[in-house]
Structures are given as C-alpha cells and as structure tokens.
Design a binder for this molecule. Structure first.
Ligand code: FAD
Length: 376
C-alpha cells in the first residue's frame, strides 16, 4: 500500500491521478456514497483568468492542460468555450483594458489568447447578451467548461480502470494505532503516505491543525435553468462588472477602486451577500447561475430567496432571460484561506493536508496536486 487519499472531491481525485501516474498504488476513501461536497456543486469553470499573473496563473494554465488531457481521455463532456467579461460602465471598461495591457506586459502568451471586443462584435458572437449600454467585453480563450457532477461521479471509475486506483465509498477515514487507517467498517490499511483532501470538514481529522490554520468556510447559493429551446448554445461562459471586484487577477487595475466604490453605493446588498454573477452552460444545454459568498458565522443552513432574486436581477442586466426557467436551487460550501491561495500542512511526516483553494478549486486542482505530489 503506497498512498491513502481522504476525500473524492476534485482535490482527492487529482491527487489520486498524479500519484497513480507515478506507478503508486492509491486508495481513495470517501465518506459519501458519492462525493457531494463543493466539487459537484460548482459551475464547472476552469478559470485561469481569475488567477493573478505569476505562480497562480501558471498553476491554473498547467491545470487546464491536465483537465483537457483527462476529460478527452475519459470521454467526459467539456467545452473549450472560453469566457467573456462584459462591461456596461466606463469604469468596468477601464478595468478590462487595464487588465489586458497588464497581461500583455507580464504574460504575453496568455494575453495573445485574450482580446477586447466591441459591442458589435459581441452582438454577433453572443446574441444572448444585451448590447444596449454595453461598452466592451474581454474575450478569453483560456477558460474551459466541464460538468462538475459528471466529472466528480464518473472520474473514479475511469481512474480505477486506467490506473487501478481503488475507491472505498461510504467510509469515513480515521487514524488508528500503529500507523494504520480505517478505510471502511472493520477494514484498515497501513499507508505509506496519507493525503487529506477533506474540503470543508475541519472537524474530523486533525481538528487542531484546522483550528490554527486560519481557514474559513464560505457558503454560495446557486441555481440551474432548463435548456434553451432549439439547442441554443450561449457561447462563452459569462461574467460582468461585479466579477471584476471578486477575482485577484483584477486587483492591480487602477480603475478598480472607483468601480468598487460605485457598486458599494449603488448596490449595497450585493456587497453584503458577496454577490457576483457567473453563467456557464452544461452539455445538456442547462444553464448554471450563481453566486453569493457568506462566511463563517454568517453561514446558515437555510438559503435566502432574496439572494437568488438579486442574482437573477443582475443576470437580466446582461443576459436575455425572458425564457429562462429555474428548476433547481442549491448551495455549496468551500474552504478558503483569507491570505493564501491554498493551504498545505504536514502534521506528521507521512501526512499532507491539502485544502483551501477557495473559489478556484476546480481551476487549480490538477496543478496544485501536481505540485504537492512532485517530490514523491
Ligand atoms: C457553489 C460553488 C461554485 C464554485 N465554482 C467553481 C468553479 O466554477 N470553478 C472553480 O475553479 N472552483 C469553483 N468552486 C470551488 C471548488 O468547487 C472547490 O474549491 C473544490 O471543489 C474543493 O474541492 P475539495 O476536494 O477540496 O473539497 P470537496 O469537494 O468538498 O471534497 C471533500 C470530500 O472529502 C470527503 N471527506 C471529508 N472528510 C472525510 C473523511 N474523514 N473520510 C472520508 N471522506 C471525507 C467529503 O465527503 C467530500 O466529498 C466553487 C465552489 C462552490 C461551493
């Protein structure tokens, strides 16, 4: 027995992938009958454009490469649709232009896959988008859409077939005496190394480490709409002005502060609930819409219809939504570090905790796991 991976969310699965490709024997233990954490509740956006230039952008781009290789090999739905950030106010347009010229200076290869589009170009490429009042948009080729439910629930069988990774579902992993770990009722193993990818569960394994880690929890509300008629595809995944205040990639744009002040004055409830609005379309044609951000003590088990109303109201400012029918509401919670892009800790020599990729866990997963497993 070489490796035990705790958790079959995206971080657990990508750790299993990299470890198994090194020829190691890997067992993944997942508490649920299938993984039902943040990894199956998200948009399925592999989103390098959200990462700041440097280490994190490089990790996201490397991760994207692994995503493409894996979903192609495993026959999983994906769309290299790219993304489009829409600007309806001069300060939003200024942020996009500043961002694009910073990227051109710092990462010319990445910048060559991005371009500012005029309203007329956007109208032709993405007819679902409102062009009235549109200043411009930033088109980017680097984003990929995957189906998070399909990926999380079907990758285990592919990892098993392709690399012999063993899975124990419906089993909580717990440390026992003498280096042994529980992997199921009455079943234990003695792993060489344990990778703890337990997501928002800070309470079961190494609770003291989590308590001291600074990690916080963040709850998001999401919705899904039925497929558009006649098989209509929107095109790129969409974001608008509010999103520019959310991702660190835009943090150095000089016009950002004024834009944020305007949003805080004009739309205080959006700030209160941490709402920005993203749209992805699945292979089924269904449309995933979100989201909000409520942290730690503000998290309640109940969803707020007010948040969903605010999300849909903002959505209608940039997308033609008359025929959109919401059929599902849900929430998800992820772990995030307020200062670091992820959290890695070794509480014992043969145990590594990998957690806290926040809202970029799908994006970073393969790249982050490649980094943590590099030395084995
Ligand atoms: C609504 C929402 C939208 C998002 N959208 C995006 C997006 O579009 N793009 C993006 O890049 N990121 C997105 N994210 C972030 C991303 O989903 C997360 O960062 C990522 O899924 C975290 O993966 P994980 O493997 O760490 O955790 P999880 O997916 O929560 O997996 C942890 C697993 O560990 C299991 N587990 C815990 N303890 C034990 C134990 N002791 N024994 C056995 N099993 C255990 C749990 O049951 C769980 O299945 C979004 C998140 C949310 C909530």
């Amino acid at each position: 027995m070489d490796d035990l991976v705790v958790g079959a969310g995206i971080l657990g699965l990508t750790h299993a992938y990299h470890l198994a490709r090194k020829g190691r024997r890997v067992t993944v233990v997942e508490r649920g009958r299938k993984a039902m954490g943040a990894s199956c509740r998200n948009f399925g956006m592999v989103w390098p454009i959200g990462q700041p230039t440097g280490e994190m952008e490089n990790m996201a781009v490397a991760s994207r490469g692994h995503w493409l290789a894996v979903v192609r090999e495993a026959g999983l739905w994906h769309d290299t649709t790219g993304s489009l950030h829409l600007a309806y106010h001069p300060d939003e347009a200024a942020v996009l232009e500043e961002y694009q010229s910073q990227t051109a200076a710092n990462s010319p290869d990445v910048a060559s896959m991005r371009r500012i589009l005029t309203p007329a170009e956007i109208g032709r490429r993405v007819p679902r988008v409102h062009t009235q009042g549109l200043e411009c948009g930033l088109w980017s080729e680097t984003e990929i859409g995957v189906d998070p439910r399909q990926v999380i629930w079907e990758l285990p069988a592919w990892l098993n077939r392709t690399y012999g990774v063993e899975f124990r579902f419906g089993a909580t992993a717990l440390p026992l005496a003498n280096g042994r770990w529980r992997v199921g009722p009455g079943e234990s193993i003695k792993p060489g190394h344990v990778w703890i990818c337990s997501g928002e569960d800070f309470e079961t394994l190494y609770p003291e480490i989590f308590a001291a880690s600074g990690l916080i929890k963040c709850k998001l509300q999401m919705m899904r709409a039925t497929a558009l008629t006649a098989g209509e595809r929107i095109g790129p995944m969409l974001a608008a002005g509010l999103t520019l205040g959310h991702y660190k990639s835009f943090a150095h744009c000089p016009s950002l502060a004024a834009m944020r002040r305007r949003f805080a004055q004009e739309m205080p409830e959006y700030e209160l609930y941490g709402i920005h609005v993203l749209v992805s379309q699945q292979g089924t044609g269904e449309i995933t819409i979100g989201d909000s951000h409520e942290y730690d003590d503000a998290i309640e088990p109940y969803d707020k219809t007010r948040i969903d109303d605010l999300i849909l109201r903002y959505l209608a400012t940039f997308l033609k939504t008359n025929d959109l029918r919401i059929h599902t509401h849900w929430n998800g919670t992820y772990a995030k570090h307020p200062l670091k892009p992820y959290f890695i800790e070794s509480p014992e020599p043969n145990v590594t905790i990998v957690n806290g990729p926040g809202g970029a866990g799908m994006t970073l997963s393969f790249g982050l796991s490649e980094k943590t497993t590099a030395s084995v």
